[in-house]
Design a protein around this ligand. Structure first.
Ligand code: C2E
Ligand code: CA
Ligand code: CA
Length: 543
C-alpha cells in the first residue's frame, strides 16, 4: 500500500493560511470601521451635519483621525505577517507529522510483510516464505549449473502428546527452544522454516549428496537429543526427518516438499528417525489415507483376526508357544500386511485401540487353551507407542483379571527401536509389567542399533534372532556366523534364544547344532487361525 500525503498536505496548508488570515482581515475591517465612525463623529461635532466637505475638514485638521486612518494598514500588515509566520510554522509542524506518519505507515507495511511470511511464535520463516526460498534456490542451482540441494522435513512426533499433557503455553515454550536450536545448528549452511505446528523444514542449499544430507539429518537429531527444560521438567522430543535431494527426487518445489513429507512418514518407524525418499514409498500413498478410517471401522466391526504361529522347543522337540500376529482382510484391497497397517496405526494414533484388541483376543485364547490343558506361552508384539503408554500395565492387569490369565503365560515381544525412541519411559512400562510377572523378548534382534549396554538394562527372558539372518543361513556363511555369535551372546546374558524364519529342515538342524533353544517359521507352520492351529497341534501331537 503506497500512501500519497502531498495532496492532503498542500490542502491543509491552504486551509491553515486562510484561517490565520481571517483575524487580520477582521482587524482591518474593525480599524476601517472605527476610522470611518470617528471621522463621521468629528465632522458632526464640528458642523452639526454630515457632509463631504465636513468630512474632509475633519480629516484634514485632526491628528487622531490620521492615526486612526493609518491603523487598518498597520493591522493589515501585522495580520498578514503573523498569518504568514503561523502558516510557516504550521507548515513545519505538518511536515514533521507527515514524516512521522510516513515512518509509521512504512513500519506497518514492514510488519505486515513480516507476519505474512513468518511464524508468529518462533519468528522463523513460514511455509510460504520457505516455498519462495526453495524456488529461488532451485533457480540458482539451475542457472549456475550447481550440483543440487537438499530439503529435510522434520516432524516432532510427541509434540501433540506433550501438548495434551502440559498444555499449549508450555508446548509453545518448547517449540521456541526447538526453533532456536534448529536455527543455531551449525552443522551446515541452512535455513529453517516452521511449516505447521509440529513440522519444520530445513533447506541445505549446498548439499547435493545423499550421504552428506543423511549425515546432516543425523546430526540434527543429535542436536535435539539434550533435554528441553520447562521449569523443573526435562523433556525429550522425538524427531523424525524425511530427506529429499534435488534434482534426484524432483526439480520443482511442490514435488520436493510432497516427497519430503512422504519420506518423513517413513522416518517415524526407521531405527534412527531418518529416512531418504525413494519412489517405492509413493506406491501406497493414496490408499493409505482411506485405510486409517477403515481400520477404525474394522476394529469396531471385528473385521480383524488374530492368527497364531507356533514356536517349537528345538531341544525337547515340542510346541512351546505361539506368536499372535494380527491379520486384516479388507473387503476391497484383500489381505493387508500387518507391516503396512501397523506403521499407519502408530502414526495415526490408532495403535492403542489396535493393541487393546490384540490383547483381548490373545488373552482370551490363552485362557481358553489353559483351561483345555494346552499350556502354550502366548507371545504378543508391542509397538513403540505402546511402550510410551504409562496406562498400559494397568490395562493389561485389567484384561488379565477379567480373562483369568496368569502373567507367566504371556511373553511380550519388543524391538530395540521401540525402546530407543524414549528409553526412560519405555523402561518404566517394561519394568512394571515385568514386576507383575510378564516376560519380555527382544524381537528382530540384529536389525537395529544394538546396544549391549541397553540389552543388559532390560529385564529380558528371550532374544529373538531376526529372520533376515536365519532365512538364508544354510547358504550364507556370514549369516551363520552372526546367528552362532548371537546365540552365544544371549546365553551368556542368561537369555533363551528363538530363531524366526526357519523355512527348511537344514536350517533347523543347523540351529539345533548351534544350541538355539526355540524355532519358528514356515517349516513348522505359518501363522494360522485359532481353529486351524488347534487342528495343527492335534496333528503334531499325533506324530
Ligand atoms: P514380527 O514380529 O517379526 O513377526 C514375524 C513375521 O515373520 C510375521 O510376519 C511372520 O508371518 C513372518 N514369518 C514367520 N515365519 C516366517 C518364515 O519362515 N519365513 C518368512 N519369510 N516369514 C516368516 P507378519 O505376520 O506379516 O508380521 C509382520 C510384522 O508385523 C511383525 O513382525 C510385527 O512387527 C508386526 N505385527 C504383526 N502382528 C502384530 C500385532 O499384533 N501387534 C504389533 N504391534 N505388531 C504386529
Ligand atoms: Ca514378533
Ligand atoms: Ca521378528
Amino acid at each position: 500500500m503506497v500512501i500519497s500525503f502531498n495532496d492532503a498536505f498542500s490542502r491543509n496548508v491552504k486551509i491553515l493560511n486562510s484561517k490565520a488570515s481571517k483575524p487580520s482581515i477582521q482587524a482591518v475591517a474593525v480599524a476601517l470601521g472605527a476610522a470611518l465612525l470617528a471621522t463621521l463623529l468629528v465632522s458632526y461635532s464640528q458642523s452639526q451635519s454630515i457632509t463631504i466637505e465636513g468630512i474632509i475638514n475633519a480629516q484634514r485638521g485632526n491628528l487622531v483621525l490620521w492615526l486612526l486612518d493609518g491603523l487598518p494598514f498597520v493591522f493589515g500588515y501585522v495580520g498578514q505577517y503573523t498569518s504568514y509566520v503561523l502558516a510557516q510554522e504550521a507548515n513545519l509542524m505538518v511536515l514533521e507529522q507527515t514524516d512521522e506518519l510516513r515512518q509509521y505507515a512504512s513500519n506497518l507495511e514492514k510488519q505486515a510483510a513480516f507476519t505474512s511470511t513468518h511464524d508468529a511464535l518462533t519468528e522463523l520463516p513460514n511455509r510460504a516464505l520457505f516455498y519462495d526460498r526453495l524456488v529461488q534456490a532451485l533457480r540458482v542451482v539451475h542457472e549456475q549449473k550447481q550440483a543440487g540441494l537438499s530439503v529435510l522435513m522434520l516432524n516432532i512426533e510427541n509434540l501433540k502428546e506433550i501438548q495434551d499433557t502440559l498444555g499449549l503455553s508450555n508446548t509453545d515454550l518448547i517449540v521456541k527452544q526447538l526453533a532456536t536450536r534448529l536455527a543455531s545448528w551449525s552443522g551446515m549452511s541452512h535455513s529453517v522454516a516452521r511449516m505447521d505446528a509440529h513440522t519444520f523444514a530445513i533447506l541445505l542449499p549446498e548439499c547435493a549428496e545423499r550421504v552428506r544430507a543423511e549425515e546432516a539429518a543425523r546430526n540434527l537429531v543429535k542436536a535435539l537429543e539434550p533435554h528441553f527444560v520447562i521449569g523443573v521438567l526435562k523433556l525429550s522430543l522425538h524427531p523424525s526427518i524425511g530427506i529429499v535431494i534435488a534434482p534426484e527426487h524432483g526439480d520443482d518445489a511442490d514435488t520436493l516438499l510432497q516427497r519430503a513429507g512422504v519420506a518423513q512418514f517413513f522416518a517415524v518407524n526407521s531405527a534412527n528417525g531418518v529416512s531418504t525418499y525413494s519412489p517405492n514409498m509413493d506406491e501406497h500413498s493414496p490408499r493409505r489415507l482411506t485405510l486409517m478410517s477403515e481400520l477404525k471401522k474394522a476394529l469396531e466391526r471385528d473385521e480383524l483376526q488374530l492368527y497364531y504361529q507356533p514356536k517349537i522347543d528345538l531341544v525337547r522337540n515340542c510346541v512351546s508357544g505361539v506368536e499372535a500376529l494380527v491379520r486384516w482382510k479388507h473387503e476391497q484391497h484383500g489381505f493387508i500386511p500387518p507391516d503396512e497397517f501397523i506403521v499407519l496405526a502408530e502414526r495415526h494414533r490408532m495403535i492403542r485401540p489396535l493393541t487393546q484388541w490384540v490383547l483381548q483376543q490373545a488373552f482370551r485364547t490363552s485362557a481358553e487353551w489353559h483351561r483345555a490343558g494346552i499350556f502354550l506361552t502366548m507371545s504378543i508384539n508391542l509397538s513403540t507407542k505402546d511402550l510410551h503408554d504409562a496406562e498400559l500395565p494397568d490395562q493389561i492387569a485389567g484384561i488379565a483379571a477379567k480373562m483369568l490369565v496368569q502373567p507367566e503365560w504371556i511373553m511380550f515381544e519388543i524391538t530395540e527401536s521401540s525402546i530407543m525412541g524414549d528409553p526412560t519411559r519405555a523402561l518404566i512400562v517394561i519394568e512394571r509389567l515385568r514386576s507383575m510377572g510378564y516376560q519380555f523378548s527382544i524381537d528382530d534382534f540384529g536389525t537395529g542399533y544394538s546396544s549391549l549396554a541397553y540389552l543388559k538394562k532390560l529385564p529380558l527372558s528371550e532374544l529373538k534372532i531376526d529372520k533376515s539372518f536365519v532365512l538364508d543361513m544354510s547358504g550364507n556363511e556370514n549369516d551363520a556366523i552372526i546367528v552362532r555369535a548371537t546365540v552365544n551372546l544371549a546365553h551368556n546374558l542368561g537369555l533363551t534364544v528363538t530363531a524366526e524364519g526357519i523355512e527348511n529342515n537344514e536350517t533347523m538342524q543347523m540351529l539345533k547344532g548351534i544350541g538355539c533353544d526355540f524355532g519358528q517359521g514356515f517349516y513348522f507352520s505359518k501363522a494360522v487361525s485359532k481353529a486351524e492351529l488347534e487342528v495343527w497341534l492335534a496333528q503334531w501331537n499325533a506324530n
